[in-house]
Design a binder for this molecule. Structure first.
Ligand code: TMP
Length: 214
């Protein structure tokens, strides 16, 4: 009889808007496949679900919601994906996730409307990432990469506040790895791949945890 499949790793990418997460998560997915490591991509917000549609119309400025309501919707959008993510990880597939609860906290806290404890509370007990790769990039560099598309949060002054919140969140979190995202893409990819291959190995011997911020 075959032994139990080792689980996949939960790898999360975080950073301000235009920090390069999306292209690097795609590159990483390809590199893992090329090495025969099963992997899948996921992004939050998932705009295809009922909560995701509401979030999307908020981000596009078509709908106004209070800071508390949008925060809880972002969190619900993660909770509704949790059982599927758990199954994927347990089947041995590494999940590469573009934004997670850290974005949830950093963006709401940057508005100044709620303290960190309040912001963290709804995501407590989510699946715990094995690795969080934080793409650190000066706001001016991110903004110069492409025109901001006009979504609600795409303003330099606000992104500056989000960046300070991310820095606070990373302090003392042993899963948090800072990658300098202002470098050429190949250098970033190399750094990311090294971190992720290590995490995939580590995850094989560690149980999947559901105790984020508990
Ligand atoms: P995206 O551009 O990565 O699709 O994300 C949409 C915006 O939503 C982005 O500005 C970050 C923000 N966001 C939050 O405010 N809270 C969250 O929980 C998440 C996942 C994203």
């Amino acid at each position: 009889m075959m032994g139990k499949q080792p689980r996949g790793a939960l790898v999360v990418f975080e950073g301000i808007d235009r920090s390069g997460k999306t292209s690097q998560t795609n590159l990483l997915n390809g590199a893992l496949s090329a090495r025969g490591i099963p992997s899948a991509l996921r992004r939050f917000p998932d705009r295809t679900t009922p909560t995701g549609l509401l979030i999307s119309s908020y981000l596009e400025g078509q709908k106004n919601l209070s800071d508390q309501v949008i925060h809880l919707l972002f969190s619900s959008n993660r909770w509704e994906a949790t059982s599927e993510m758990k199954e994927t990880l347990e089947s041995g597939t590494t999940l590469i996730v573009d934004r997670y609860a850290y974005s949830g906290v950093a963006y709401t806290a940057a508005k100044g409307a709620a303290d960190l404890d309040w912001c963290k509370a709804p995501d407590r007990g989510l699946l715990t990432p094995d690795l969080v790769i934080y793409f650190d990039i000066p706001t001016s560099v991110a903004a110069s990469r492409a025109e901001y598309g006009g979504e609600r949060y795409e303003k330099v002054e606000f992104q500056e506040k989000v960046r300070s919140q991310f820095a606070k969140l990373g302090e003392g979190d042993k899963r948090w790895a800072i990658v300098d995202a202002a470098r050429p893409g190949e250098d970033i990819h190399e750094a990311v791949l090294g971190l992720v291959l290590e995490a995939v190995e580590r995850a094989k011997n560690e149980p999947l945890r559901e105790d984020l911020w508990v």
